[in-house]
Design a protein around this ligand. Structure first.
Ligand code: PLP
Length: 271
């Protein structure tokens, strides 16, 4: 049976291809974790759904995957709603026709966890907050304040990461490395925010090794933050590494990687 079909100019990874790609990524993450002296379950894979079709996202969740990431608010809203509906239908049907999954595939989770990983405009905070577990992309104090305001209204504490522009590329969002500790101190005065760590992106490159100095500098900064007065036991997330460079990121200390194309394929769905 063909597992790759072309619709227009789009290449779609069918369930079998998707499963293989996913397993490969999870295997490579595990190996990189072990190479860096950690256990495979100490590195979390956020599957970035930017290039995924709704079917692919459902298939991945059916394989037991829990953590999903989006960089755009509209897509996040639509996808979170569609997955929630899918899971609630599954919950309704469960008991009727459950078949045991054979390892290494887990059962579909009760709930998924969404991660906001892209630039967030302050006027979209209200929409995003109820849907997400972690915002990776806090890149200004004003955005942090806005998230704090809405979190306070909902009487919850929102987990956030400071996005750092370690590479200094003008095109990248994020605050400059020397400003991180000061921003962390200010965030820590806001009771409805919990600073969990930092996120960073390396410039796109053919060679993953090009990203290593950026990741290593980000890891140093993370260490500096953790051991400063702005740190603390909750500040334990280093989110870095994407499809082209996640192994290097893990070797340099990342404990969350955000992987899109290596799981779902290259194409951007037309929505
Ligand atoms: C798109 C995106 C990713 C995933 O990128 P891939 O190269 O598809 O793995 C990760 N992080 C952020 C912030 C992104 O925007």
């Amino acid at each position: 049976m063909a597992t790759t079909q072309t619709v227009g100019s789009r290449q779609i990874k069918g369930p079998k291809k998707l499963r293989d790609a996913y397993r490969e990524v999870i295997g490579r993450i595990a190996e990189a974790a072990v190479r860096s002296g950690r256990q495979p379950d100490q590195v979390l894979c956020v599957a970035v759904t930017k290039t995924a079709s709704p079917d692919q996202i459902r298939s991945l969740v059916e394989m037991g995957h829990i953590d999903l990431g989006e960089s755009r608010v509209q897509q996040l809203t639509q996808r979170a709603a569609s997955i929630e509906e899918f899971l609630s239908r599954k919950r309704t049907l469960s008991g009727a026709a459950t078949k045991p999954a054979s390892p290494p595939d887990a059962l579909p989770p009760e709930k998924v966890r969404w991660h906001m990983i892209g630039h967030l405009q302050r006027n979209k905070v209200k929409q995003v907050l109820p849907l997400v577990q972690l915002i990776h992309s806090v890149d200004s104090l004003r955005l942090a304040e806005e998230i704090h305001n809405y979190a306070a209204r909902q009487d919850r504490v929102m987990d956030i990461l400071i996005q750092v522009n370690t590479s200094g590329e003008v095109s990248k969002q994020g605050i400059t490395p020397p400003a991180v500790i000061h921003m962390a101190d200010q965030i820590n005065t806001m009771l409805h925010l919990r600073l969990r760590g930092v996120m960073s992106m390396a410039p796109r490159s053919e060679n993953p090794e090009d990203a290593r100095p950026i990741f290593s500098r980000t890891a140093e900064l993370f260490h500096e933050l953790r051991t400063s007065s702005a740190g603390g036991p909750d500040c334990n997330i280093l989110s870095m590494g994407m499809s082209d460079d996640f192994e290097v990121a893990i070797e340099e200390g990342a404990n969350i990687v955000r992987v899109g194309r290596a799981i779902f394929g290259e194409s951007v769905p037309p929505d």
